[in-house]
Design a protein around this ligand. Structure first.
Ligand SMILES: [Zn+2]
Length: 184
């Protein structure tokens, strides 16, 4: 009886080892160089590898205007209808004001009536990050740049088709690049 139990335990251990192996291999970052980030590039028309951008508060302050700094690095919100892009109907791409990463395409921009530039989706899921925001007595989903962690705005589940999402962004967090100048 004891021998049989021992055999069962040995078999169970063997199964666990065999099952565990693929996961161990899968988890090993063998083909991924550390710090690399896979994001969509509109200019390249495909995914590219890039690195995270990390700067000190002083560096960001030197690079940005006070409003850009407040929105992107202090999670601020510009007043509705005051930004440069809520009523921008030009064809092009909106990039991160901090690191230049492509964020939104004008083809997904829509009239939300909110006074903030609004989109149904980012250029690619990889180009943004989201986080739970429990400020102002409500829970919202914060949207950040995946490359430099700039605060961009929030996403709400009340947008139009095809995604049903409303990415409510701050003009101050983005730079608009006309379609013809994307490659330059
Ligand atoms: Zn960025």
């Amino acid at each position: 009886m004891q021998r049989r139990t021992a055999l069962k335990l040995t078999l169970a251990a063997a199964v666990l080892l065999a099952v565990g192996k693929p996961y161990d291999l899968w988890a090993a970052p063998q083909n991924v160089s550390s710090g690399s980030l896979r994001v969509w590039s509109v200019a390249a028309g495909g995914y590219v590898m890039t690195d995270k951008v990390t700067k000190t508060a002083d560096d960001w302050r030197r690079q940005l205007t006070p409003e850009q700094y407040h929105v992107t690095r202090e999670k601020g919100t510009e007043r509705a209808y005051t930004g440069k892009d809520w009523n921008n109907h030009a064809d092009g791409v909106y990039r991160c004001v901090c690191c230049g990463q492509d964020l939104f395409d004008s083809r997904t921009k829509f009239e939300s009536g909110t006074g903030w530039p609004s989109y149904t989706e980012p250029v690619a899921a990889e180009n943004i990050a989201t986080a739970e925001d429990r400020g102002f007595f409500m829970t919202r989903t914060e949207v950040l740049c995946s490359r430099c962690d700039a605060h961009l705005g929030h996403v709400f589940p009340d947008g139009p088709k095809p995604t049903g999402l409303r990415y409510c962004m701050n003009s101050a967090a983005m730079v608009f690049i006309p379609r013809g100048e994307i490659d330059k």
